[in-house]
Write a protein that binds this ligand. Structure first.
Ligand code: RAM
Length: 341
């Protein structure tokens, strides 16, 4: 019987719940031999920051590709919109179900770490992707790019668009998400080191929501009449900010760049509202996450490893405990048609 079906059927019998949530170091009945090195069929639980975000829909596509390739069982769940409390609740459910591995994109770096540590104490392996928790609450973090590389690319591109002078503002997702906070640290360091004539006037969260990003950008435009550039560093914020700039009649006057999906920004790029968008192959991030989760669950990827053979992605570098997907790319009105996500 497939392990996930076995677990689901156990859930129908509350008195057996205690068995399901037992420590994974003591193999539950039906879980295979558990002998080290013997490949077993794993149940991997995969959670995006939010299911309603097209970025994570693209990520899920790649995750499912790896699931098929590796023949693992997948549990996919997450909040509909950004909701850290809901993420914790889902982790608790997965602990009760006794999954083998959890892969989580964390909305609140510290807020989720207690629940993930509890999972680890039960013998469940934990990896994070896209946005990390604290290092003691997971074994590996599957990172889309180095935070320094991303932060510097964003700042250099903003400076290029502004002729290296003037005011700019940042729209971020939430103030608790580790990925955005790491990127912002490097954006600000690059600003201080290289662009003395540029000034960051404000940073506003949009909760990873397009409408909120539009509203925040509209507010920024009226509060800062000299604003030369908006940098939107979460994917729903780029089209949201574009709509605000367009409606304010400031297309091309206030430059816009960000981290976003080609499909959500194509029209604005072609109209000249958005100048540059930076991203990685999001489906590959999902694919790599499942590859990593499986290898950690099988015990073939262990702490201290320096490289990782990630299926069709080949050999990737591990920096400390972060597996790096690769270098991001920049797209604009001339090359956006080459991308299909
Ligand atoms: C959003 C999410 C995600 C981030 C991308 C760029 O969709 O916040 O964490 O990596 O934007």
């Amino acid at each position: 019987m497939k392990r996930s079906r076995f677990l689901v059927s156990l859930l129908a019998i509350p008195s057996l719940l205690v068995l399901v949530s037992c420590n994974k170091s003591e193999p539950a009945a039906g879980s295979g031999s558990g002998s080290p090195g013997a490949a077993k069929k794993l149940t991997i639980a995969f959670m995006p920051k939010s299911k309603g975000n097209s970025y994570f829909v693209a990520c899920e596509k790649g995750a499912r590709e790896a699931v098929k390739e590796l023949g693992v069982d997948l549990l996919f769940d997450g909040p509909t919109n950004t909701d850290p409390a809901k993420q914790n609740e889902i982790v608790e459910n997965w602990i009760t179900l006794g999954v083998d591995v959890m892969a989580v994109a964390c909305e609140n770096r510290e807020g989720i770490s207690g629940a993930l540590k509890k999972a680890q104490e039960k013998g469940i392996k934990v990896v994070t992707f896209d946005s990390d928790t604290t290092p003691d609450a997971r074994s590996f973090f599957v990172n889309q790019a180095t935070p320094q590389g991303l932060g510097e690319t964003l700042m250099d591109e903003a400076a290029r668009l502004c002729g290296e002078e003037g005011e700019f503002a940042i729209i971020t997702a939430t103030l608790t998400a580790a990925n955005m906070n790491e990127w912002r640290k490097h954006i600000e360091a690059r600003l201080a080191a290289k662009y003395p004539k540029m000034k960051l006037v404000d940073t506003k969260p949009c909760d990873d929501q397009k409408d909120k990003a539009q509203q925040e950008t509209t507010n920024l435009l009226s509060a800062n009449p000299n604003l030369k550039c908006v940098m939107a560093i979460c994917s729903p914020a780029v089209p949201g900010a574009a709509e605000a700039i367009k409606q304010a009649g400031k297309a091309g006057v206030v430059k816009l760049l960000g981290l976003g999906l080609p499909s959500e920004n194509k029209a604005y790029l072609k109209e000249g509202v958005t100048q540059s968008v930076i991203l990685w192959k999001v489906a590959d991030l999902g694919y790599l996450t499942i590859q990593t989760a499986n290898a950690v669950g099988q015990g073939t990827l262990k702490p201290g490893a320096k490289t990782f053979q990630a299926g069709r992605l080949g050999e990737l570098t591990i920096e400390d405990t972060s597996i790096i997907l690769g270098k991001p790319f920049i797209f604009n009105k001339d090359n956006v048609d080459q991308f299909d996500f």
